[in-house]
Design a protein around this ligand. Structure first.
Ligand code: ADP
Ligand code: MG
Length: 324
């Protein structure tokens, strides 16, 4: 069920969240895609397919197999501060989802034409609706803006078209489609690696070639192999450590000490920190580019120690053999 975050007016919420009411979190296509991927993951999806045209400026489409959006929630889903993830600010201390502010879809509808097609398991058909500036809009003049029944699979497809159509200066600054596509791939790669159990694909519209593809059965190391290749994956050392006193679990894959020398490239590092939500402050930056957590300095110190120890231990050996 999607509701407005209770107990506060919109402007108060923005103030509480610590940033200006008008601040837009979508500066380029990759920002929009990050938000859409996070929504698909929050919806419990195991399959996420991304299609892109002109670096995401013409078209950014994401199809998932998650729990979908109920017909009765479709009218407010793109309004600011409407969310199914947070009922009150007190819930913030236990938040276990990527999203909680109810801002992302709204922001995207302010700079693009958005179409949502979605079906919940309980519904016998899918519904499609179009959005602009946070509200339902008719697909063409003279017809109803109400969500229309249609055929569709369980899950949600969201399409953002003509990104920044109403912000000419930003549109002009985005001439380089392949640079925007690289940024998109960068985002997809990171989520694809980290989310074992979820298959990701990303391709350009009209192309037969899939540029990223991971399996829902893949482990993190499998995903790294899919994205960065067998040569990188076979040079990785696994790091696992639990810091009970800080309620933190660390899991990582780091390239061995010879890797950078041999490949003349930067070291590879994947680090995942599992932290008790009550020790994390996610409200520092609207897109969570930065978060604060308790005992940060001590934890970082411990991580450096454990990585150094692992590297010293396996100095000359290829230590993480993987199946190919
Ligand atoms: P938030 O993620 O912070 O709740 P968003 O604006 O990103 O805010 O999304 C608003 C709401 O729309 C979500 O809380 C969720 O209920 C619904 N939603 C968005 N994307 C999806 C999706 N792919 N599948 C199911 N529900 C979705
Ligand atoms: Mg979200």
């Amino acid at each position: 069920e999607i509701t407005r975050i209770k107990g506060h007016q919109s402007s108060e919420i923005a103030e509480l969240l610590g940033y200006a009411d008008s601040e837009c979190i979508i500066h380029r296509p990759a920002n929009a895609l990050k938000e859409l991927i996070e929504n698909s993951l929050d919806a419990g999806s195991t399959k996420i397919q991304i299609t892109v045209k002109d670096g995401g400026l013409k078209l950014l489409q994401i199809q998932d197999n998650g729990h979908g959006i109920r017909r009765e929630d479709m009218a407010i889903v793109c309004e600011r501060f409407t969310t199914s993830k947070l009922k009150s600010f007190e819930d913030l201390s236990t938040i276990g989802t990527y999203g909680f502010r109810g801002e992302a879809l709204a922001s995207i509808t302010y700079v693009a034409h958005v179409t949502i097609t979605t079906k919940t398991v309980d519904s016998n058909c899918a519904y499609r609706a179009h959005y602009s500036d946070g509200i339902l809009v008719p697909p063409k003049p003279g017809v109803s803006a109400e969500p229309k029944p249609c055929a569709g699979n369980n899950g949600t497809q969201i399409t953002a078209e003509d990104l920044f159509y109403n912000v000419p200066a930003r549109r002009k600054a985005m001439r380089n489609f392949s640079e925007e596509y690289n940024q998109i791939m960068n985002v997809v790669n990171r989520y694809a690696i980290h989310n074992a159990g979820v298959s990701f694909t990303c391709k350009k519209q009209g192309s037969n070639q899939v540029d990223i593809s991971t399996l829902s059965t893949g482990s993190i190391i499998d995903n790294i192999r899919q994205v960065y290749g067998v040569n990188t994956a076979s040079e990785l050392i696994e790091v696992n450590k639990e810091y009970r006193e800080f309620e933190v679990k660390l899991k990582g894959y780091i390239s061995n000490a010879n890797y950078s020398v041999k490949k003349m490239t930067y070291p590879f590092l994947y680090l995942s920190l599992d932290i008790n939500p009550k020790n994390v402050d996610v409200n520092v930056h609207p897109t969570k580019r930065e978060v604060l957590f308790l005992h940060e300095d001590e934890i970082i110190g411990r991580i450096c120690d454990v990585i150094q120890a692992r590297l010293a231990n396996t100095n000359s050996s290829r230590s993480f053999l993987t199946q190919t």
